[in-house]
Design a protein around this ligand. Structure first.
Ligand code: NDP
Length: 455
């Protein structure tokens, strides 16, 4: 895959980048390794000041960064603005709380004093996706830099200008040049970087094959990884739930980021007694969405990020139809215009045990399932290889407690859509990955938890 900016709304190639040569990669690794030796000595106070400055730059220049995001991956401009603002939030969050998250923790033992100290590990590699090209990186960079590590970013090949802009922001904020660098390299080079002695650990957000490949390369070197992979999140509505609010939220939760979010609601599991009404209301909401140029302020749904994503989604919809699914609305690409546009689509009647029902649909396609009761709802919610998030709608306490206890996922949101928040841990189980980002758990992923025992 070429490293290039290609406008997904028009198909126009804007800029092509030469991948780094081996010698250039080596010199960036050198700089990262050398920088770690002095960067690790900087104080929390100093790192916090730099991170707060990064937040100020993000806020001040959010219009420019948002345009870049929309240009490279097609999300509506207002959503891109919100993404940049959230990056400023995570910078300020870790600037404030990292010192306490990483403070020594005294543990009473038979020693005269014993405690836990959190120390940086070194160079951490981040392999990141295009769907939230700023947010995914800042939620890695903020805790990593506060912990005293240095970062190397291998961003997705379709968002190179976002990748370069992020490294520039961090440098302009005051961090040393080598504290955070972008590597413009293809996926095939990642295993070599992982094998370099200076790289101590890695995090990847993306597809299962990419995650498995990075984890295998890291495993060969006995290096830690955090993986945040796909999801096929259930959105359960039970009879006691607030139907109208659920439908409004379902629309937002499915269409977020043009449908390309790991925590988007993808499988709508609806109690039989309210399913016909839910289908009708959801169809109305989907049909009211404005599909178009993502730079226009009133656009709800822009293009998919790449022609491959569009093609994959189209094939999945065809498989769903071939398996017995019925298309309520949408169902084929918008071929009358350039760009990677796919309309809001609803499919019902897919057999829950069909192979296609196990897959993640990375686009504006909702799969609707009907269930007779909460037992069937929970069983279906858990019947995929994924376990990232789940949203469930109920006003019954017993139902709520069962959903929290029995849903296999890294997060359960009751009467709300699944979302990330710097204050709460984020991550999955099963084939959605392992490890956590954000909150105190996120910053503890890439530190040496050192036990100290004094006689
Ligand atoms: P990928 O997983 O291919 O890309 C994500 C990142 O991983 C990119 O930086 C990519 O680099 C890199 N990568 C790809 N293959 C490897 C590899 N073998 N070793 C190391 N790094 C690798 O996602 P796609 O863009 O192809 O999207 C495909 C599907 O992945 C989506 O349909 C969706 O299901 C899932 N996905 C999930 C995301 C999430 O948020 N969890 C985000 C994006 C995708 P390069 O761009 O150079 O190939």
């Amino acid at each position: 895959m070429a490293i290039a900016t290609i406008n997904p709304a028009t198909g126009e190639t804007i800029k092509i980048f030469e991948p780094l040569k081996d010698a250039e990669i080596a010199s960036k690794l050198d700089l990262a390794g050398q920088t770690f030796q002095h960067y690790r000595q900087t104080s929390f106070y100093q790192r916090s000041q730099w991170l707060e400055k990064a937040a100020i730059i993000l806020e001040q220049e959010k219009a420019d960064f948002a345009k870049l995001i929309t240009l490279e991956m097609g999300k509506p401009y207002q959503a891109a603005i919100a993404e940049v603002e959230k990056c400023a939030l995570v910078c300020n969050y870790y600037a404030e709380y990292a010192p306490s998250f990483l403070a020594d923790v005294t543990v009473k033992t038979d020693a005269s004093h014993s405690f836990v100290r959190y120390q940086p590990m070194g160079v951490i590699l981040a392999v990141m996706p295009w769907n939230f090209p700023f947010w995914q990186v800042f939620r890695f960079a903020a805790p990593t830099l506060m912990a005293g590590n240095v970062g190397l970013l291998k961003h997705a090949s379709n968002v190179p200008q976002c990748a370069l802009a992020i490294a520039d922001i961090i440098h302009r904020a005051g961090f040393p040049q080598g504290a955070f660098q972008t590597l413009l390299i293809g996926a095939a080079k990642v295993a070599d970087v992982m094998a370099d002695d200076r790289v101590k650990a890695a995090t990847l957000t993306g597809s299962e094959p990419a995650g498995a490949s990075l984890a295998a390369a890291a495993g060969k070197q006995i290096k830690k990884t955090v993986l945040e992979l796909g999801g096929s999140d259930p959105f359960i509505v039970l009879e006691s739930g607030d139907l109208e609010t659920a439908v409004v939220t379902a629309t937002t939760a499915r269409m977020l980021n043009n449908g390309q979010s790991c925590i988007a609601a993808k499988r709508f599991i609806i109690a039989e007694s309210i399913a016909t009404e839910f289908e009708k209301l959801l169809s109305e909401k989907f049909l009211a969405l404005k599909v178009g140029d993502p730079m226009e302020p009133d656009t709800d749904l822009g293009p998919l990020a790449t022609p491959d994503i569009l093609q994959d989604l189209d094939q999945q919809v065809q498989s769903a139809i071939n398996s017995g699914g019925k298309v309520l609305i949408g169902g084929s690409p918008l071929s009358h215009r350039p760009g990677n546009f796919y309309p809001p689509t609803i499919i019902t009647d897919i057999p829950p045990d069909s192979a296609i029902a196990q897959e993640e649909f990375f686009g504006p396609v909702a799969l609707l399932f009907r269930v007779p009761n909460i037992d069937a709802a929970i069983q279906l919610a858990n019947a995929t290889p994924f376990g990232l998030g789940a949203s469930a709608w109920t006003n019954n306490h017993q139902e709520r407690d069962r959903l929290i206890a029995e849903i296999e996922a890294g997060a359960v949101f009751i009467n709300s859509m699944v979302k990330s928040d710097p204050r709460l841990p984020f991550g999955g189980i099963k084939r959605s990955g392992y490890g956590r980002e954000l909150s105190i758990q996120g910053i503890h992923e890439f530190v040496n938890v050192k036990t100290v025992w004094l006689k």
